[in-house]
Design a protein around this ligand. Sequence first.
Ligand code: NAP
Length: 330
Amino acid sequence: MQNSKITLKNRPVGMPLLSDFDSEEEWMPVTGQGEILLKSVYVSVDPYLRGKMNGTHPPIFELNEPISSKIIAQVIESNNENFKKGDYVSGYLKWQEYQIVNGKALQKIDSGTTPVSAYLGVLGITGLSAYIALMDIGKPKKGETLVVSGAAGAVGSVAGQIGKIMGCKVVGIVGTDEKADLLKSKFGYDAAINYKTTPHMKAAVAEVCPNGVDIYFDNVGGWISDAVIANMNQYGRIPVCGTISNYNDVEEQTSLSLLPIVVYKFLTIQGFLIGDHTAKFPVVTARLAEWLKEGKITYSETILEGFDKLPEAFIGLFEGKNEGKMIVKV
Ligand code: NAP
C-alpha cells in the first residue's frame, strides 16, 4: 500500500503558492515494538505555519520534508499498551496519510460527545487562545466595548462569544458582508465592520463604538489595528494574538507610531503565545466544553475534503476563504 505526504518544496516569498508544496508517495511504514500506526483524519491548517516556512516562527520546516501541524488521527494498529485500534488521538503530526509514532506526545480524544474535529478548533488551540488571551490580558468587564479583528475566524469567532458571556458589547472586523452577517446571526456580535468595503476605518469604529473601545483583541495587525487603537479608551487592554496581515510581507512595513496613544491613554498591549499557557489547558478546555454543551457558545468549520487539498486550504487562510476553523478532512 502507498502512503501520501505533502512536503515543503520552496520557502514562499510573499503569498504562498501551490507550487511551494509537493506531494510524494512512499511505501507504508511498518509498526515496530511499542509503536502505533496512525491514519490522519482531520488536519488543521493555521496562519502560524507561514512563519515556520520562512523562518520567522522557529523551529522552521525543512525543505523537502513533510509539513506538520495539529492533526486528529485514528489508531489503525497498535503495539503500545496505552492505545488501542480505533482510538482517536491528537498531536503535532506530519502531513502524511499514515504515520508511525511512539505515542509519547499524543493526547487521547473523547469521540463520544463532541465531533472530533472540534478538538482542532473551539476545543483546541484556537478556542484556548481566544479564551486565555481575552480573559488573562483583555480582562473583560460587564458593559465594556470589545473589538475583535479576524472576527469570523477560528480564534475571533470564539473570542467574541466569550466577550458576550462576560457582558461586553462586541464588535467584529471581517473581510466580507457574509461574514459580517454571520457574526451577528450566529455568534451574537452586536455589530460588524467589513474592512474591505469601509473607506474610513477609524471613523467607522468610532461610529459603532460611541463609548470608545476598552479591549481590542487583535488577530490581524497592520492598518486595521491602527484604526481600532486610535479609538481606545483610557486604560484599554490589547491582547495581540496574531498579525496575519503581515505574515506574507516581503518588505518591512512602516506603521503609525502608536506610542503617544499608548502613553496618554495608559494602554496595555501584550503579546500572546498559546505555548506559554499549557498548564491552563485542562481547565480551560473543560470550561469551553461546558459552554458548548450548554449552548452558550457555538462554532463554525470550513472543511475541505481530500488530503491533497492541504496546500489550498492553507493558502485560503490568507484569502479569507474560511468561516471559523479551516480544516482538511483526509
Ligand atoms: P482564522 O482567523 O481562522 O483565518 C484567517 C483569517 O484572517 C481569514 O479568514 C481572513 O478573514 C483574515 N485575514 C487574512 N488575511 C488578512 C489580512 N491581510 N488582513 C486582515 N485579515 C486577514 O485564523 P486563526 O487560526 O483564527 O488565527 C487568527 C490569528 O490568531 C492569526 O493571526 C494567528 O496567527 C493567530 N493565532 C495566534 C495564536 C497564538 O498563540 N498567539 C494561536 C492561534 C492563532 P477575513 O475574510 O475577515 O479577512
